[in-house]
Design a binder for this molecule. Structure first.
Ligand code: HOZ
Length: 431
């Protein structure tokens, strides 16, 4: 497999962009080697600039639930672009996407659009602080809520991968308002509430933690958070940037039947264009300017191209059997991988919910960051490269989640399972 053109581009980019990339995990530093530069995508396939084709399980880190360049999404964006790319004035498309969000996500009565998941979480936190008049936020070790200062404390994703979960540049004052609990450990949350009486504005959690690999909530964990936040007068924020419209039509909250006060969205809601959103109970969202005093704004918020892509994507998901298909494809992949790993005698934890999946190279079940960190990341790197050589595009870091899209076929998944069995054989030889 030739990668010459990717190598040239990586060198060129490295001369003008820090690390050659605009988001750290893309640089392949966690797995070594040269990142493949993407040229185009079609359905479940991604092609690099050297003409190599891969089955894509990154799906742009989640947004591409309908696959690459879905014709409905392409058409919608083309039509919107021809009418004008940005107005700095409200448009009908914003109302339409907002109506879809309110219809689909159970706990959202009012929603505001921004341009990224990071903006969504940082704005939701501001609303929670404005609404409660309190300063502190409880988050969970290994959960990642974008790169706003308040959340770069014990963070997951690239921050975890590159050993900077507490980033330099975040002031001590900001960091001291962020309290960290242990995922799946309600006791740790209760203790933080007890130590900080009447000071905690909100608890923010990824209902399925998707930035330390994939870690699922234990029975009663999300319900317990709901209870504790009510008891202590704090808001509960579900960061559904990954799980929104992915875990189910109404996100993880619908699937788990636990409803937060505020929800943050991103990824799928933009169908591959930059959209984030935050929403929740009207009484809370009405704190936002111009109705209330909490300020938040954005020149490209509700951008017409992004709204068009979001509307086209959510329409594909709203009706019909999209989630049944995603579940079936996810189950096929999980079962096939389990068998392939067992046949090759490789110990692993296969975690999946719907179309989200992850393989940890450890013999012990993973329920929190400590467990995730027990995974053999060197082994993951070898597996990643052996899969890439066989035409399978996985996340270039252990502490991320894989995604299946509606464009994946049963045949593509069978081919992936066969590739995994071969890839695992090479690990044995190398071990
Ligand atoms: N923060 C993303 C993974 N959880 C990576 C985004 C990107 O590199 O595109």
């Amino acid at each position: 497999m030739s990668t010459d053109h990717s190598k040239e581009l990586f060198e060129r980019s490295g001369r003008v962009i820090p690390g050659g990339v605009n988001s750290p995990v893309r640089a392949f530093r966690a797995v070594g080697g040269t990142p493949r530069f993407a040229a185009r995508g079609e359905g479940a396939s991604i092609y690099d600039v050297d003409g190599n084709r891969y089955v894509d399980y990154v799906c742009s880190w989640g947004p591409l639930i309908a696959g690459h360049a879905h014709p409905d999404v392409v058409r919608a964006v083309q039509l919107a672009a021809a009418r004008g790319s940005s107005f700095g004035a409200p448009t009908e498309a914003e109302a339409e996407l907002a109506e879809l969000v309110v219809e689909m996500v159970p706990s959202i009565e009012l929603v505001r659009f921004v341009s990224s998941g990071t903006e969504a979480t940082m704005s939701a936190l501001r609303v929670a602080r404005g609404y409660t008049g309190r300063s502190k936020v409880i988050k969970f070790a290994g959960c990642y809520h974008g790169h706003a200062d308040a959340f770069l404390v014990n963070a997951g994703s690239g921050a975890l991968t590159f050993g900077t979960p507490d980033s330099p540049g975040v002031t001590a004052g900001t960091a001291s308002d962020t309290l960290t609990a242990r995922y799946n450990d309600l006791g740790s949350v209760g203790r933080l509430f007890a130590e900080n009486p009447d000071q905690v504005a909100c608890v923010i959690v990824e209902p399925y933690a998707g930035n330390m690999g994939l870690v699922l909530p234990a029975a009663g964990f999300l319900e317990g958070l709901r209870e504790l936040t009510r008891q202590h007068g704090a808001l509960l924020i579900f960061d559904e940037v990954i799980t929104g419209f992915r875990a189910a039509r109404g996100g993880a909250q619908e699937r788990e039947n636990v409803f937060p006060d505020l929800t943050t969205l991103g990824k799928v809601i933009g169908g591959g264009l930059p959209v984030g959103a935050f929403g929740g109970r009207a009484e809370i969202m009405e704190c936002l300017s111009p109705v209330g005093p909490v300020y938040q704004a954005g020149t490209l918020s509700g951008n017409p191209l992004a709204m068009a892509a979001g509307i086209a994507t959510l329409r594909l998901l709203r009706d019909g059997d999209a989630y049944r298909r995603l579940e079936a494809l996810g189950a096929q992949l999980e079962q096939g991988l389990r068998k392939a790993f067992a046949r090759r005698g490789v110990q692993a934890q296969h975690v999946r919910r719907g179309s989200m999946f992850c393989v940890f190279f450890t013999g012990q079940p993973v329920s929190d960051l400590e467990g995730a960190k027990r995974s053999d990341t060197a082994r993951y790197a070898s597996y990643f490269h052996a899969m890439l050589e066989r035409g399978v595009w996985l996340a270039p870091a252990q502490f991320e989640t894989g995604f299946v899209s509606l464009a994946h076929t049963e045949a593509a998944i069978d081919a992936t399972i066969a590739a995994a069995e071969q890839a695992l054989a090479t690990l044995e030889v190398r071990a």
